[in-house]
Design a protein around this ligand. Structure first.
Ligand SMILES: Nc1ncnc2c1ncn2[C@@H]1O[C@H](COP(=O)(O)OP(=O)(O)OP(=O)(O)O)[C@@H](O)[C@H]1O
Ligand SMILES: Nc1ncnc2c1ncn2[C@@H]1O[C@H](COP(=O)(O)OP(=O)(O)OP(=O)(O)O)[C@@H](O)[C@H]1O
Ligand SMILES: [Mg+2]
Ligand SMILES: [Mg+2]
Lengths: 208, 165, 165, 208
């Protein structure tokens, strides 16, 4: 599977809604300093629950809401396109609480499986007709809302309200998880050199 | 637990030797400081660029460190493949020749089936990619995505690219 | 002691405001977390690139961080001027436009009398300099200085430059 | 004053002697990865005693001796050219032991002053005649020798054996010292961002 498009709404330097299409293969993102390139990478980490606010250079969740528009909500949706040859693992490979997720997994299979009804939200012109949706596409969304009592974060999997745990488990079966090294952020490269040898060995412990 | 560690280590080390050879044209390997009891020790990266002596990663030049770190990350990825990879300006330190080698390697891996989304200001990386997403900022700091430029087609609206490098 | 601290702080902050304005085209300043009792607190750097809101340095983009850090270092240098300055690849993160601005600033400072020795792979930096020392490595890893190319003269033996960027 | 030339002998990736001329103004150093550019900056730090081995990426002094030649000695000499308008401070501005150095300074004025005899060592064809030497040029050298008992380091100021303290004091008067920020190494820029606010404030303490 691959990322088909990323929809960023009022997140970090994106005020208003922006749809960025992607394709299979090798895509570069380029532009001047401070234009928003790393923020696109942050939007992936944010949406898929892959890292903390601090990693996205925010002190708290509400820093992720665009500070130029007046809106108090930020949302990112990622649409994945499935492929026939996808390797899907029955259980998330590197899930450290694999026994717990088995029950959860069976439940989500029923809820989110191939024939689950898909609730419609805002119009999504870029996606194919609904009957095709659950067959060929997977969608993951995350929305944060600022209110007087703080920020709240809601996850959606295939347009239905979900939890971070469910999403981690679901994506984990496609080998997308916080423990993987598939996202390298700006400046990470130096980290591998500067870390102690024990920390480096622990990387192997984690992935074993 | 030791068995699964050993297995993972052998795989990653094997990947590292192959990837480092290709990327840096030299010999590289992962070394456990305590091979019999790995959990009491750490793991270091040793590399020997062509013609030089074996050295530990901390002693290398800026560009050599980047290349060696990238080879290490790619070795981990090859052990635990993901459907997409996102790399943010990993080619900063590299000279023209090494930036070219890295771009070529990413291109080859993407042909095998993995999706790569790479943020870069470097010409070799942009030239090897299939398409480029241009990002600029408007006067008020708001991000504008100026267009997806499919290589081989008219460059269109992507003046962001011409400004860099 | 407080008096000499205050005096140094005022000078460096004044320098920072001017240098940041020129380099990053925005407003920047140094902020004491505890202005009355500075030694009980720290010092943060705040900057506001044109059109954006004031932000702390940790929240900025990679290139903005570099530019802000450089402006800070230059502010310290202007307070305690030295006869020569050596900068090693400080332009890594910068896009073409910012690399150009930095090179221009270094050039202007050198005209005022300071000597600058700058290691760089970037074309704008090389183009603004008065001369370039080319460095390559022979097959066995030994460094060879291929020649000092005085700009405006025949490029000569400096193929090292043509390989990078 | 400015750096007139740097002579690097068997130091790090320089096997054999290399003379690198510099001029006033703005010089760039460029070339492929791993060719030796940062090592030239290291040679300046090494010669003028401006930082520790670790900063030069060496675990111990002997790592700085070229490991491809068979020689057990490394030497760097920097020749500075004086200029009429040089600002020379009577006392090193940022020397933290300024009271102690006053006596030392008076002594070194006698030894190293404008009319001190200059001992001749190996032939130095690039420098002008000796009578002019002490008038227009300052030379600083450092040599390390590996032996069975460890490494020894010797400093020379204007071709006479000296000590690190004397050299620091002498250069301090020209505003060259470990405390200054005139040398920015590869990767230092990120350090100013990542340091804590207290560490950053202490920079001002140091230079005040
Ligand atoms: N909540 C927010 N609201 C508005 N702007 C924001 C917000 N959070 C971050 N930004 C802005 O986003 C910009 C950083 O964008 P980003 O890190 O994506 O840049 P970049 O394109 O990666 O640049 P570089 O090439 O320098 O790394 C900063 O200038 C910052 O002001
Ligand atoms: N004692 C030594 N003997 C021989 N070679 C050495 C020694 N110490 C370091 N080196 C070599 O010097 C090289 C590093 O040189 P340097 O850091 O100056 O490169 P650079 O030109 O700055 O490269 P980059 O552009 O990647 O930063 C390393 O490859 C290392 O092997
Ligand atoms: Mg960035
Ligand atoms: Mg270097």
């Amino acid at each position: 599977m691959y990322i088909y498009q990323i929809e960023i709404d009022n997140f970090k330097s994106f005020s208003g809604q922006t749809v960025i299409p992607f394709r299979k293969g090798f895509t570069t993102v380029s532009g001047p300093n401070g234009s928003g390139k790393s923020n696109i990478i942050d939007s992936i980490l944010f949406c898929l629950g892959l890292s903390s606010s601090r990693v996205m250079r925010a002190e708290k969740l509400s820093d992720l809401v665009n500070n130029l528009s007046k809106r108090k909500e930020a949302k990112v949706r990622i649409v994945f396109k499935k492929e026939p040859h996808d390797r899907v693992f029955e259980e998330a490979l590197d899930s450290s609480n694999s026994t717990q997720s088995t029950v959860l997994e069976q439940a989500s299979q029923l809820v989110l499986g191939e024939n689950a009804p898909v609730k419609k939200h805002a119009p999504k012109p870029e996606l194919p007709a609904e009957s095709a949706l659950s067959q060929d596409f997977i969608t993951v969304s995350r929305r944060i809302r600022e209110s007087s009592s703080g920020s709240s974060s809601t996850y959606y999997l295939n347009e239905q309200v979900s939890t971070l745990t469910d999403i981690h488990e679901y994506l984990g079966r496609y080998n997308i998880s916080p423990g993987c090294f598939n996202v390298m952020m700006q400046g990470d490269v130096a980290g591998f050199v500067n870390m102690s040898s024990v920390e480096r060995r622990k990387i192997i412990d984690e992935i074993a | 637990k030791l068995v699964s560690f050993k297995k993972a280590f052998e795989h990653v080390d094997g990947n590292f030797k192959a990837i480092f050879q290709e990327l840096a044209d030299g010999q590289g390997r992962l070394v456990l400081t305590n091979p019999e009891q790995p959990f009491t020790g750490g793991m270091t990266i040793e590399a020997q660029p062509r013609g030089k002596k074996m050295q530990r990663i901390e002693a290398m030049s800026g560009g050599e460190k980047s290349l060696t770190s990238l080879a290490f990350v790619f070795s981990l990825q090859r052990y635990l493949p993901a459907p997409f990879y996102a790399l943010d300006e990993v080619d900063m330190n590299l000279d023209g020749i090494n930036a070219e080698k890295l771009a070529h390697m990413v291109k080859r891996e993407s042909i095998k089936g993995a999706q790569f989304i790479v943020v870069s200001l470097r010409k070799p990386m942009i030239d090897h990619s299939d398409q480029t997403v241009g990002v600029t900022q408007r006067k008020n700091g708001i991000t504008k995505v100026t267009g997806v430029n499919l290589h081989g087609e008219e460059l269109g609206d992507v003046e962001a690219i011409n400004e860099v490098n």
